[in-house]
Design a protein around this ligand. Structure first.
Ligand code: CP
Length: 324
């Protein structure tokens, strides 16, 4: 995969997965994101490096944070932005995904940002775009959400320092979570100290997390950790509706509260990728309280997406001379 994500000069061309992205690229993206980061309350950073380029947001699955932050990131770098309204597009008349891509590419799109509920869609698109065009995965089924993994690591580093000294617990529906997979890929690549997966047996993954230890008791899984990452129950990805946990029973056993967080280290932080279901996986008072870095995750998400757009732009520029 990395050969397809990097061009011949070692520049980031596509961002599809963190699984085999070199550690140096992960560090480079986070470092560039720091350049685009401003505290809440200060004006957002602006740049013009994407002036003359066009970014298309194709979200075939619902999103608030990722779609909005890719749009803001692209605009703050000076790009033209197309947000395709999928429900009003000709895909509802039977047009195929690839015909949609070819049609938009004919309008001189340089960067496609793609979210889809099916596995393999972003990678498939990379095989059909012009050489200078980039494809960014904005959430792929339960497989991968690379910019989320990057913003999660950036948020952890900014609050707790390098991940090598940290014990991190991911709590919730890990089995269906692309967020957990991308976080795992980034954290293990950066040498995380200890990674725990905490969930009822039926929501623990069967594979894909070889370096993590699993816990089915919340009280054991979050004991003495530095970071707790809560996950939503991904109702839309259950094969059978009857398998979805009862929300009240789930909160009773796995819901994160300030009281339960007393088991973690005193300065432990709480994260959540959003969207949250308050009173199911996390108590509202904890989500809004002093341990919570959830809003920081959102803010860092814009900086990470600016960084990724800025880095793939170097590939777009290198290829444009021959492409147009
Ligand atoms: N975390 C995340 O991907 O949120 P959205 O679904 O709102 O984009």
């Amino acid at each position: 995969m990395s050969a397809e994500q990097l061009n011949n000069q070692g520049q980031l061309r596509h961002l599809i997965s963190l699984a085999d992205l070199p550690r140096s690229q992960i560090e480079k993206i986070i470092e560039r994101a720091a350049h685009y980061s401003r505290p809440i309350g200060q004006p957002p950073p602006r740049d013009t490096i994407l002036r003359g380029n066009t970014v298309a947001n194709l979200f075939f699955e619902a999103s608030t944070r990722t779609r909005a932050s890719f749009e803001l990131a692209a605009k703050r770098l000076g790009a033209d932005v197309l947000n395709l309204d999928v429900n009003m597009s000709s895909r509802t008349k039977g047009e195929s995904l690839l015909d949609t891509i070819y049609t938009l590419q004919a309008m001189q799109i340089d960067i496609f940002v793609v979210r889809d509920a099916s596995t393999g869609v972003p990678l498939r698109i990379t095989k059909h775009v012009a050489p200078h065009v980039s494809v960014l995965n904005a959430g792929e089924s339960d497989v991968s959400h690379p910019t989320q993994g990057l913003l999660d690591v950036m948020t952890i580093q900014r609050n707790k320092g390098e991940v090598g000294a940290l014990c991190i617990a991911i709590v919730g529906d890990i089995k269906h979570s692309r967020v957990a997979r991308s976080a795992y890929e980034a954290l293990t690549k950066l040498g995380v100290g200890e990674l725990r997966l905490v969930a009822p047996e039926e929501l623990l993954p069967e594979e894909g997390f070889p370096e993590a230890r699993s816990y089915s008791r919340l009280s054991e899984g979050i004991r003495d950790v530095d970071v707790v990452m809560a996950l939503r129950i991904q109702k839309e990805r259950f094969a059978e509706l009857g398998e979805i946990p009862d929300p009240q029973e789930y909160f009773r056993r796995y819901g994160l509260t300030e009281e339960r967080m007393q088991l973690a280290k005193p300065e432990a932080i709480v994260m959540h990728p959003g969207p949250m279901n308050r009173g199911v996986e996390i108590d509202g008072a904890l989500a809004d309280g002093p341990r919570s870095v959830i809003q920081q995750q959102v803010t860092n998400g814009v900086a990470i997406r600016m960084a990724v757009l800025a880095l793939v732009h170097e590939h777009v520029v290198a290829g444009l001379g021959t492409a147009r």
